[in-house]
Design a protein around this ligand. Sequence first.
Ligand SMILES: [Zn+2]
Ligand SMILES: [Zn+2]
Length: 337
Amino acid sequence: MNETSVHPRSGVLVKPTYGYVGPSPMRPTLKEVLVEWIDSINFVKDATRILPAAYAFYHFVTFGVFIFFLTRYFSVVSIAAVTTIGVFIGTVYNTVWYHRFCSHQAYRFRSIWFTRLFLWSNPICFREESYVIPHRIHHSKSDEPGDPYGPHLGWLGSYLATETQQKMNRNISRAEFDRVARSLDHIGFVKNSYAQFQKTGSVENIWHYGARVLCANLAWSALAFAFAGWPGVLAWISGVFLFTFVVRDFNFRGHASLFGTDKHGMPVNQFIYGIIAGEWHENHHRFPRWARSGLSWWQIDLPYLIIRGMKLCGVVTQYNSSDADAVSKAHDFDDLA
Ligand SMILES: [Zn+2]
Ligand SMILES: [Zn+2]
């Protein structure tokens, strides 16, 4: 198998430093993982890498707050608060928003303003496109060379993939940029021009991104402050860290049961991530466009109940209950040639 046959496109994402070809699936060494991660945040080499570098910095800062909060205010209530915040973000912003809406368009909002309400209130500084583009590639190349994250990269490789998957290829053609940008239309952000994309590596306008992330963080912090003063704000930031830690871990552990090396963890992995965020991921890989992933009676799927609740209130007009309901496949990256 040559490289073109496994990765037919010019590549929306930059090829990892260790390449795509190798034992299939590619299993980079620890050194290769670290070299690739440093490359992904090396903004001296490539100015567009300032975005993943900033995200890595954000992760470390929230980790510092998490440690400080839990040592300074250690109690059952503190742990419960941080866990509740992490599960809330995982359910609403990870599964309902990033995953089922942004990546798979499993449902439709009545108005773009409802979409923007999610966008402008999303407390995670992770750009939607950085979730969506690699995630669509992940579905089309699960556990194959070119899959941006998963057990084939090892735990650390998968954990650090949050930065490495942001290596956008700014040399894609204008036509390819237009196609990628169109596939993100439903998210409702202000887009960069092709020239701006070539400078920043971001489809979303950077000023728009900065403004909305600032608004969301000010609003959530103000709410936490109103609730419990400064400890409330620290608990909120700690919950944000907990969520980002778990989602990075999920890239490895949530898939180890599906196609990785560790088949033993399957029921446990599926159960934990299913219960805390509706990520019954084996079901999801079988039916990626469905609004529902919990398919057995015991598979609780809170995000699906939220989507149904939004349909009842008229916020959502339609959700996919079968492949026949799914909107055009044109939004997927499978056919991006
Ligand atoms: Zn997956
Ligand atoms: Zn998915």
